[in-house]
Design a protein around this ligand. Structure first.
Ligand code: ADP
Length: 831
């Protein structure tokens, strides 16, 4: 590749060397026949006065208005036989050769406003027989200048003009194109990345400058169809050109000099309005606006200069030093240009200075923008890094906080269950409530950080809608009832029962809204209605609307409630627990599922929040009478109490934290299960290979060997024989059931462990024949405990107290005798 680069360089040197030698060293040999351009002598002109008298006149020269000039065309011996045209610069004019009208130009009818015609080049034919004849030109509406008159061929005259003014034209064109490219680039960047690049206003300024150069060019005749309008453009450009530069500089300076820059901008705008009003009204032609416009522009330049100098003094310039340098070039160029226009008006005027100034400025500004873009990229990378660190920190923190919290809440649960003292119970309940709040805050912050870092995934799966609704009902109804609120929950019977979507998030969103309704309602009711709208054959919009008769939301607060950490009426609501994250998360989650949330609220009357989320239909079977299902369910429900008894079940609990182990043991005490505790992965493997358990509860995060590694090891050794392994996890965010199932766990229970949740999972996995639910109506069942060691019998009886009505007998014979007369519900042998 390197060799190719060298060869390419050599080829380029050869090719460009050849071009250079051809142009600069070899003699000129381009055929120039026909390229003739001469000037009529400047000192052989006479002004013809109205009375017919003739006064000598030097061309180019100044005039006050209409003027008639006369000269003699070259004599036959000087007259080139190829001469075909005379070329004049001016506005309306009449050209006579020997009294015969050769050309007449009248442009005043074309102007939209004002009566000023535009200067341009006018050609008149000339023939060899005209040699030595009189040429008379009558100039009308002259802007004050009579220019030299050329004689030659059309091509020759054009080539001559090109030599003098072609460079300016090309520079103007180049600036126009670069300006347009930069404008398109910065506007596209703004649309795509929602970020403003200062280059946008700069390129506008540069485009205006380029328009000024182009509309002023001697070649404008070649690319405009209306010279009058074209000749107005330079004056308009001078009026507005400083404005985008003011915006640009102001933005570069972070609005430090906002006030003075605004004053300059306001002056520009007033000048624009006044000059144009006078122009349109026909009072002052646009040429008359040049002076005030130029003064305003000079003022703006001075203002910008002052701010630059101030920034140099205050060491603020380094943020835009390239642009500042470019600006100095441009300002100098503009001042020279204005001077050139105003004072050096003795020939055709060129915008070359301005063109160069703009070019230099544009280059400097492009360098600035490239640096700005590189800076943004670096910032974005840093931000990404910071967000990753934040994410890791939050994930770790969540685990670190949840583990001790698990201990606190678990122990507290024990106190609540065991204490007979109302004072202690009250305090314990307060700990529970504060702990639950802390837990929900941690969950919210974690969710939010995941959403913001883009790591939050919506995991759609098939699910049973009734089960989600049931969960919502169970988790919210007791709170509403405790507050004395009427609680209504109605479900459209036709809603399809099985849907495809992210069940966990749907539940979370519904819980959020219903909990808010309960939280912010003191009296009255909370009404939850679940309906749907069919979108097409296999899609529905699931619609959940939650209305309450609570505190409501003021109209002026309506936009605020979805902001993160934003809580209304902080003072009034300070007793209501919350972080101001719930609705923000809800909205973000819904957006991720293509759903939306809307609400209506009357302050102090109540609110209605409506969630709409598209879900795919899995089974079109209607859900049916959900309320009946709910009431049946409620009748069977026993809250908080232990409803699982499984004295013969054996459970292994693995956790590296002793306190957590104690909590689990305490929690499971009332189930009468045999609970074996283990404090590490290797110990768990050892215990599981010695004995078979009905369920293993395995902590996910352990130092030596994680839960996952322990599970893999047990599977590899083949010691599980189908024993369900339930993950205990403090990582709520990862808590999606699917991800644990994918790792090989049978299910998961999130930490801090809530007894109800734990019991539900255990009920699912402990073999049914080992489970037993006491039937209150039928009375406490009876059990016969028999064995040979009376001490063991006594212990077992004590353990089963409350679950069974126990009778102990010693020896097999006594047992058989007993059975002759009684039929206990269960017979337990103690060895
Ligand atoms: P919080 O954790 O404070 O409840 P949310 O994001 O869930 O946070 O709600 C933001 C704010 O919106 C709340 O602080 C509350 O002022 C207002 N709000 C939410 N739901 C209701 C409602 N049902 N009735 C009245 N105000 C509500």
């Amino acid at each position: 590749m390197r060799a190719v680069r060298y060869i390419l360089s050599a080829i380029l040197v050869l090719v460009f060397g050849y071009i250079f030698i051809g142009e600069m060293v070899l003699p000129a040999n381009t055929p120039m026949n026909g390229n003739i351009c001469d000037e009529l002598p400047s000192d052989k002109w006479f002004e013809v006065k109205e009375d017919g008298s003739r006064v000598p006149f030097i061309v180019p020269g100044k005039t006050d208005g209409d003027i008639t000039l006369e000269t003699t065309l070259p004599a036959p011996d000087e007259f080139n036989k190829d001469y075909s045209v005379l070329c004049f610069r001016g506005m309306d004019m009449e050209i006579y050769v020997d009294g015969e009208l050769r050309e007449k130009v009248e442009t005043e009818d074309y102007a939209l406003f004002g009566d000023q015609s535009a200067e341009g080049y006018v050609y008149a034919s000339v023939y060899p027989e005209d040699a030595g004849k009189t040429l008379r030109v009558h100039y009308e509406y002259n802007a004050g200048m009579v220019y030299e008159v050329k004689i030659g061929t059309r091509l020759g005259i054009l080539a001559d003009l090109f030599e003098s003014f072609g460079f300016e034209f090309f520079v103007g064109m180049a600036i126009l194109i670069i300006g347009l490219i930069c404008l398109i680039a910065s506007v596209s960047y703004k649309i795509i990345h929602k970020k403003y690049l200062e280059m946008e206003h700069l390129s506008l300024g540069v485009i205006l400058g380029a328009c000024w150069v182009m509309s002023n060019s001697v070649f404008r005749q070649l690319y405009t169809s209306n010279m009058s309008v074209m000749s107005d453009i330079p004056f308009l450009m001078v009026m507005i050109m400083p404005l985008p530069f003011l915006v640009f500089v102001n933005s570069l300076q972070n609005n430090r000099y906002n006030r003075i820059i605004r004053v300059a901008g306001a002056l520009e705008i007033i000048n624009f309005i006044v000059c144009n009003a006078l122009f349109v009204a026909g009072v002052v032609p646009l040429t008359g606006s040049f002076l005030p416009s130029a003064l305003c522009a000079i003022l703006s330049i001075i203002v910008m200069f002052i701010t630059l100098i101030k920034d140099v003094k205050d060491h603020n310039i380094h943020t835009y030093k390239y642009v500042a340098a470019g600006f100095v070039f441009l300002a100098i160029a503009a001042l020279i240009q204005i001077a050139a226009y105003q004072f050096a008006h003795n020939g055709v005027f060129s915008g070359l200075f301005m063109a160069f100034g703009l070019f230099a400025f544009m280059i400097c500004a492009i360098i600035h923008t490239i640096k700005q873009l590189i800076g943004m990229r670096v910032e974005a990378n840093e931000a990404m890094h910071v967000s990753k660190v934040k994410d890791d920190f939050l994930a770790n923190m969540s685990h670190e906080i949840r583990t001790p919290l698990n201990g606190i809440l678990g122990m507290d649960e024990m106190i609540i269950r065991e204490t007979r003292e109302s004072g202690t119970r009250k305090h314990a309940l307060e700990i529970k409530s504060a702990g639950d709040t802390l837990l929900s805050i941690i969950n919210d912050i974690l969710d939010l950080s995941k959403i913001e870092s883009g790591n939050f995934e919506i995991i759609p799966a098939d699910y049973d809608l009734a089960s989600v609704l049931n969960d919502v009902l169970n988790m919210t109804r007791p709170r509403a009832e405790k507050k004395g609120l009427a609680y209504y929950f109605s479900v459209d019977e036709e809603v399809p029962s099985a849907l495809h979507g992210d069940e966990i998030r749907i539940r979370q969103i519904m819980l959020n809204i219903v909990n808010n309704a309960i939280k912010y309602t003191k009296k009255g009711h909370v009404d939850i209605q679940v309906t749907f709208r069919k979108k097409d054959t296999d899609m529905i919009d699931l619609i959940v609307s939650v209305s309450d008769t609570g505190i409501g939301i003021r109209p002026e607060d309506k936009d605020k409630i979805f902001k993160s950490f934003y809580r209304l009426d902080e003072k009034i609501n300070r007793n209501i627990e919350g972080t101001g994250l719930g609705l923000h998360i809800t909205k973000r989650l819904l957006a991720m599922m293509d759903g939306r949330i809307t609400f209506n609220s009357v302050y102090e009357r109540g609110s209605v929040f409506t969630l709409t989320v598209p879900q795919r239909i899995v089974k079109n079977e209607p859900i049916g009478d959900f309320s009946k299902a709910v009431s049946d369910y409620l009748n069977n429900m026993e809250t908080d109490a232990v409803t699982l008894f499984a004295p013969e079940a054996k459970v292994l609990v693995v956790d590296d934290n002793d306190m957590n182990l104690d909590v689990m043991a305490e929690m499971l005490k009332d189930t009468k299960m045999k609970v074996v505790l283990s404090d590490s992965g290797p110990d768990c493997i050892e215990k599981a290979s010695d004995t078979s358990y009905d369920v293993i509860l395995l902590d996910q995060m352990m130092p030596e060997m994680t839960g996952e590694e322990t599970l893999i090891e047990m599977n590899e050794r083949g010691i599980l024989h189908g024993t369900p392994v339930i993950a205990l996890t403090a990582d709520a965010i990862m808590g999606a059931r699917e991800s644990y199932l994918a790792k090989g766990f049978t299910d998961y229970v999130s930490k801090p462990v809530k007894y109800g949740e734990l019991e539900n999972v255990l009920k699912k996995y402990i073999p049914e024949e080992k489970q037993f639910t006491p039937d209150k109506e039928a009375g406490i069942p009876t059990a016969l405990i028999w064995g040979y060691d009376s001490e063991l019998l006594r212990q077992e009886k004590e353990k089963l107290q409350g679950v069974y009505n126990c009778r102990c007998v010693v020896g097999k014979k006594s047992m058989e005798k007993f059975l002759e007369k009684h039929t206990p519900d269960r017979i337990i042998q103690v060895m």
